[in-house]
Ligand binder design. Structure first.
Ligand code: NDP
Length: 255
C-alpha cells in the first residue's frame, strides 16, 4: 500500500475529484482527514472509503475553506498528531468575462480557489517539514492556458500555479515537495454548480471532445491516480511540476 502510515488532508472531498482521491488514498492505506461543506456528501465519501478499506481511519471535517482553516488543521492534528500529505482540491467555477464578472465574484472565486490554499498551506507547511511530506494542488488547464468567459476562475488557477512553483522553491531545502495537477474537462458537478444548465452541460461535454487531443473528456479516477502518484514516493524527485491531466488539451493550438 502506497500510503500506509501516512496522514492525508484532502479538501473538497465531498464530491468529484476530491471524493475519488479520498477513495484511492483509503485503498492505498492512508489515514484521512476529509474536508467539505455538505455533510451528507462528506459522509457518503467516508462510507465509500470504508468500503474499499474497512480498516482505514477517517476523520470527517465539515468546514468552509474560506473561513475554517485553523479549525481544519487543529482537528486533523488532534486526531492524528501529524500530516504527511496535503491535497488542496476544493474549488468553484464561475462563468463570465471581464464585462460580465464583478468584484464580488472575483473575491468569492479568489478566496476559495487561491486565498484558502495559501492559508492552509501556510499552517500545514511546518507539519509537512516535520514529516518530510508533500502537497498536491488541484489547479486546471485554465491555469496554463487562457479561455474566454471564465476570467476569475482563470486568474485563480494561474495564481495557484504560481503558488505551487513558489512554495516548491521555498520548501525544497526542507524536503517538502509541492506539485499540481492541471485537469482538462472532467465529468463532475462543478460546471452545473457554476451555473451551466443541464442542457448546456451535455452540449459542452460533446463539444469538449474536440478540444481535447485525445477526443474525449476525463474521468475523476484519472485525476485521482495522478494526485496519488505525485503524493507518493514514486515521485520523490518531482517538485514544482504542473502536470496536465487533460488529454492533450493544453498543447492544442487553433489551426
Ligand atoms: P465538484 O463541484 O464536484 O467538487 C468541488 C469540491 O470542492 C466539493 O467537495 C465542495 O464541497 C468543495 N468546496 C467548494 N468550495 C468549498 C469551500 N468554500 N469550503 C469547503 N469545500 C469547498 O468539482 P470538481 O471535483 O470538478 O473540482 C475539484 C477541483 O478540480 C476544483 O479545484 C476544480 O477547479 C478542479 N478542476 C475541475 C475540472 C473539471 O472539469 N471538473 C477541470 C479542472 C480543474 P461542498 O460541495 O461540500 O461544498
Amino acid at each position: 500500500m502506497k500510503f500506509s502510515g501516512k496522514v492525508a488532508l484532502i479538501t473538497g472531498a465531498s464530491s468529484g475529484i476530491g471524493a475519488a482521491t479520498a477513495e484511492l488514498f483509503a485503498k492505498e492505506g492512508a489515514s484521512l482527514a476529509l474536508v467539505g461543506r455538505n455533510v451528507e456528501n462528506l459522509k457518503k465519501t467516508g462510507e465509500d472509503c470504508k468500503k474499499v478499506n474497512p480498516s482505514a481511519e477517517i476523520l470527517l471535517i465539515t468546514a468552509d475553506v474560506t473561513k475554517d482553516v485553523e479549525r481544519i488543521v487543529k482537528e486533523t492534528l488532534e486526531k492524528y498528531g501529524k500530516i504527511h500529505i496535503l491535497v488542496n482540491n476544493a474549488g468553484i467555477l464561475a462563468y463570465g468575462g471581464i464585462l460580465e464578472s464583478d468584484l464580488d465574484e472575483f473575491d468569492t472565486i479568489l478566496n476559495t480557489n487561491l486565498r484558502s490554499v495559501y492559508h492552509l498551506t501556510k499552517l500545514v507547511a511546518p507539519h509537512l517539514i516535520e514529516t518530510q511530506g508533500n502537497i498536491v494542488n488541484v489547479s486546471s488547464v485554465a491555469g496554463l492556458r487562457s479561455f474566454t468567459g471564465a476570467i476569475t476562475y482563470g486568474i485563480s488557477k494561474a495564481g495557484l500555479d504560481q503558488l505551487t512553483k513558489c512554495c516548491s522553491l521555498d520548501l525544497a531545502s526542507k524536503k517538502v515537495r509541492v506539485n499540481s495537477v492541471n485537469p482538462g474537462v472532467v465529468v463532475t458537478d462543478i460546471h452545473k454548480r457554476g451555473g451551466m444548465t443541464e442542457e448546456d452541460y451535455v452540449a459542452y461535454l460533446e463539444r469538449s471532445k474536440g478540444t481535447h487531443a485525445m477526443g474525449r473528456v476525463g474521468h475523476v479516477s484519472e485525476v485521482a491516480s495522478t494526485i496519488a502518484f505525485l503524493a507518493s514516493d514514486d515521485a520523490s524527485f518531482i517538485t514544482g511540476a504542473l502536470v496536465p491531466v487533460d488529454g492533450g488539451k493544453s498543447v492544442m493550438c487553433p489551426r
